[in-house]
Write a protein that binds this ligand. Structure first.
Ligand code: ADP
Ligand code: MG
Ligand code: MG
Length: 250
């Protein structure tokens, strides 16, 4: 069975159909990239996968390890091993970084029938992973995402991912707002999480990210449908020719 299978997925926001029949199969260990012009439905797809309110699946199915996720609440999907790094991470005023991260990790461990993490061990582990992502102690002490720059929020999302070790990670425009140095740091963090048992869906508008996070497959989304699929060379093709050549007539 595929780790993630999207079958003829149609979804609407309000009364507006946005996704118009997405088919995608991701096997364990694979990295797939979704590219597409602004407004093509990339973020909608990540919200639908996460189960966000207001994103209604009108037909089709999404299966993780052969089990439909559509009836699952967002937190159930997360516990089942799905992780989403959003294009616009939310700020959590009053929620300290360390306790937020510990609560997330403990929730996962309790679900798996394991003991809660040891406090000191946890702090050590967070610091080690944070260091790779250029996140210092001061940032870890602050409230989650409050006053973080765009790049800091993205790095913090990857830190959460590194601690939760999800089976399926969806990264929505993790490159937006990053300069080249920050992009390299974030990509290094992502690449450290590559694993034969873990799959990733990397959503981006730009080819540049895929120089650092090299995908196995690239899909072009336009007008709510995947118009073209290929290997990493497809991303370079799009970079050269733009999205104009992609047929987005339904
Ligand atoms: P992308 O991430 O590829 O830029 P989005 O998924 O954000 O695209 O948007 C796809 C389409 O859905 C756009 O036409 C956008 O205007 C529309 N859309 C997205 N979110 C909403 C919303 N909450 N209400 C109405 N329309 C929306
Ligand atoms: Mg957009
Ligand atoms: Mg988007």
């Amino acid at each position: 069975t595929a780790l993630l299978e999207i079958r003829d997925l149609h979804a609407s926001v309000g009364d507006t159909p946005i996704l118009k029949g997405i088919n995608l199969t991701i096997n364990a260990g694979e990295i797939h990239a979704i590219m597409g012009p602004n407004g093509s439905g990339k973020s909608t797809m990540s919200y639908v996968l996460s189960g966000r309110n207001g994103y209604e699946v009108t037909s089709g199915d999404v299966l993780m390890n052969g089990v439909s996720m559509l009836e699952m609440e967002p937190d159930e999907r997360a516990r089942a091993g799905m992780f989403l790094a959003f294009q616009y991470p939310v700020e959590l005023p009053g929620v300290g970084g360390m306790s937020f991260l510990r609560a997330a990790v403990n929730a996962r461990r309790i679900e798996a029938g394991e003991d809660e993490v040891d406090q000191l061990e946890f702090v050590k582990m967070v610091r080690a992973k944070a260091k790779i992502l250029g996140i210092n102690d001061e940032m870890l002490k602050r409230a989650v995402n409050v006053g973080f720059s765009g790049g800091e929020k993205k790095r913090y999302e990857i830190l959460q991912m590194a601690l939760l070790e999800p089976m399926m990670a969806v990264l929505d425009e993790t490159d937006s707002g990053l300069d080249v140095d920050a992009l390299k740091i974030v990509s290094e963090g992502v690449n450290l999480l590559r694993d034969p048992a873990r799959s990733m869906l990397v959503i981006t508008h730009y080819q540049r990210l895929l120089d650092y996070i090299v995908p196995d497959y690239v899909h072009i989304l336009a007008g709510g449908k995947i118009r073209k699929s290929g290997d990493k060379s497809l991303a370079l093709e799009v970079e050269e020719q733009g999205y104009a050549g992609i047929d987005d007539a339904a």
